[in-house]
Design a protein around this ligand. Structure first.
Ligand code: ATP
Length: 601
């Protein structure tokens, strides 16, 4: 499936959407447009000055300046020279102005779009990410944003200047000689028709290029993440073939776009030639017949060049425009993706940590029912364990508690408030999670433990590490707490990474601690030590603890144990009661302690 989100509603044209998005920059856009147009107007003046100079020399008193009172031919030349200097200086000033204006605008817009897209992405429901790949999303936030930046950098000015040229030159022609004007302008409808046909045909080809690019980026990102798996299964050659196939798709998509975009300029050039030859012949004849002034004839020839040649660049500018619009659509579609997990309004500044699941039902998008009528009471300060076979829905409970997804039936409350009413920052601030696969950021051990507690001192970090049984191994690392852990913590063992994650959660100091298979990768001895620390902390701070574990020795001392199977509570009680009662828990316990089980686990 394509990595970027399909728009929820059919997208209107991207340009008005982009203008609406960038409404705050209207004054900057207006200034950039003004500078571009003024620069072009000044740039078009020299042909008129040349015509005036020719007239001054050929016609003398009969020239335009002569009729305005500057009788002497040489004085006319001096006036024209002064005008030329002023015009060229102003042209340079506006060239500088539009260059700075457009490029700064491009920088501003790309910066804002990237931040907005990333900010929005962070707020999207976890389910939304499932159909997307990291590489595809990266392509939107990098390549697509850069594409728009490139258009604003140069293409927008180019389009404006071509439009100004067409309007000014057409106006001048009509004033000078409508007959010659007709011939010079003859190819313009053809050029415009060709440009728009080109635009319509090339757009889907560029969209395909973008899609292929996203698919390629996605695969590269996945493969880099799974490089060890690739090596261990010796699938390097197959992966190279996979990347080759995608890269080939990308190349072919580009070929289709290139063949069309390259044909544009040569074809348009032929149309330009018709206009120029027409002006040359018919204008020359009129000048020889005395129907137009020699100066006007030279103005015509220069202006025809000025008019028609820029039109040949329309192809590449439309090219840039199309690419930018394809990219804009993808970025704005991402920004328009609705946020389903909405923030609540109720503040909870001092949470006690009482959690209740009432008849909770939940299914992942396009998935089967994971939870059905699930009930669980976790009083503030209690330690509750959730156990059950793999796939029973234990981690799903945690995701729902953090509102990474919303329940589809029933409700979850914290201190009596439905989670959906609470401010998300308060809800998540009340919970410290150690997840099944903790994520470490590239940075030092200290930074990783203090992630989420930016003001923590080194002493506080070390205390958390001691409580998580991490201090000893951290001290033994080459740079102690300043040791860099590598991307995703790859320089650490699984058990070491888990202990850092526990230290991070402890440092957060939240009233609810959720441990989801938090010690699955540490040895029994270390796990026992961590448990003792947690018991000590629990006795001191009365935190609410929700512990999910497969290893039942981890949770046997919990106040309350809930046994889940297929999304439902099948047993509940304390360890001794559950072992004595028989059933799923007793079977699991028997298997783990090596005793003979009463039936299949
Ligand atoms: P384990 O003990 O293996 O960690 P668990 O009890 O924590 O398992 P969950 O991770 O909650 O189980 O998953 C419960 C069910 O939901 C499983 O059948 C799983 O296939 C499904 N599931 C989990 N995550 C997703 C997801 N993101 N999208 C679709 N289905 C999912």
């Amino acid at each position: 499936m394509p990595p970027a989100a399909p728009p929820a509603v059919p997208s209107p044209h991207p340009l008005p959407r982009l203008l609406r998005y960038g409404a705050a920059h209207r004054p900057a856009v207006a200034w950039a447009v003004t500078a571009s147009v003024l620069n072009k107007l000044l740039d078009l003046a020299p042909p008129a000055l040349i015509g005036m100079a020719v007239d001054a020399v050929v016609l003398g008193e009969q020239s335009l300046l002569g009729r305005m009172g500057v009788v002497d031919g040489f004085q006319q030349v001096l006036v024209i020279t002064a005008l030329t200097v002023v015009i060229w200086v102003l042209e340079s000033v506006f060239e500088y102005a539009y260059g700075v204006a457009w490029r700064n605008l491009a920088q501003q817009v790309q910066h804002e779009l990237r931040l907005d897209a990333y900010g929005h992405l962070q707020r999207l429901d976890s389910a939304w990410f499932q159909g997307r790949s990291t590489g595809g999303l990266l392509a939107v936030m990098n390549d697509d944003v850069n594409q728009l930046e490139r258009f604003l950098d140069g293409g927008a000015n180019e389009l404006l200047q071509v439009a100004t040229t067409v309007l000014v030159v057409t106006g001048s022609y009509v004033l000078l000689s409508p007959g010659v004007a007709g011939l010079s302008l003859l190819p313009i409808p053809l050029i415009l028709w060709g440009s728009f046909r080109f635009q319509a045909t090339i757009a889907p080809r560029y969209a395909r290029v973008r899609e292929r690019n996203a698919a390629l980026s996605a695969t590269l990102a996945n493969n880099l993440g799974g490089i060890e798996t690739i090596k261990s299964f010796s699938t390097e050659a197959a992966e190279v073939d996979h990347v080759r196939a995608l890269s080939e798709d990308y190349r072919q998509a580009n070929r289709a776009a290139i063949s069309l975009s390259s044909a544009f300029s040569p074809l348009i050039r032929m149309a330009v030639m018709v206009g120029f030859v027409g002006t040359l012949v018919y204008g020359g004849w009129q000048a020889l017949e005395g129907q137009i002034a020699v100066g006007s004839y030279s103005v015509f020839l220069f202006l025809t060049q000025r008019l028609l040649w820029p039109l040949t660049r329309l192809g590449s500018t439309f090219d840039l425009y199309q690419r930018a619009m394809a990219s804009t659509t993808r970025i704005l579609d991402l920004l328009d993706t609705p946020i389903t997990v909405r923030d609540g309004t109720v503040p909870l500044p001092h949470p006690r940590g009482e959690v209740r699941f009432h008849g909770v039902a939940f299914a992942y998008p396009e998935g089967r029912q994971v939870l059905r009528a699930f009930d669980l009471d976790v009083p503030a300060g209690a330690t509750v364990a959730v156990v059950g076979p793999t796939g029973a829905g234990k981690s799903t409970l945690v995701r729902l508690l953090l509102r990474l997804h919303d329940v589809s039936g029933g409700s979850i409350t914290l201190d009596g408030h439905d989670l959906r009413e609470l401010r998300l920052a308060d809800l998540r601030g009340a919970i410290a999670l150690v997840s099944q696969s903790p994520f470490l950021f590239p940075g030092s051990v200290r930074e990783n433990i203090a992630y989420g507690s930016p003001g923590a001192t080194l002493d506080q970090v070390r205390q958390a590490a001691r409580d998580a049984e991490a201090d000893t191994f951290v001290q033994a690392l080459p740079q102690g707490y300043d040791t860099v852990v590598g991307e995703r913590g790859q320089k650490l063992s699984g058990g070491q990474a888990q202990r850092l994650a526990i230290a991070r959660a402890l440092l957060k100091g939240a009233p609810i601690l959720v441990l989801d298979e938090a010690t699955s990768a540490v040895d029994n001895e270390t796990e026992a030590a961590i448990q003792q620390s947690l018991a000590r902390l629990h006795a001191a701070h009365r935190k609410t603890m929700i512990i999910i574990a497969h290893r039942l020795s981890t949770i046997r001392h919990a106040d309350h144990i809930v046994v889940m199977d297929q999304g439902e509570v099948v047993q509940a009680g304390r360890h001794e009661e559950l072992v004595a009662r028989g059933g799923l828990y007793a079977r699991l316990w028997a298997v783990q302690t090596g005793e003979r089980a009463g039936g299949p686990p």
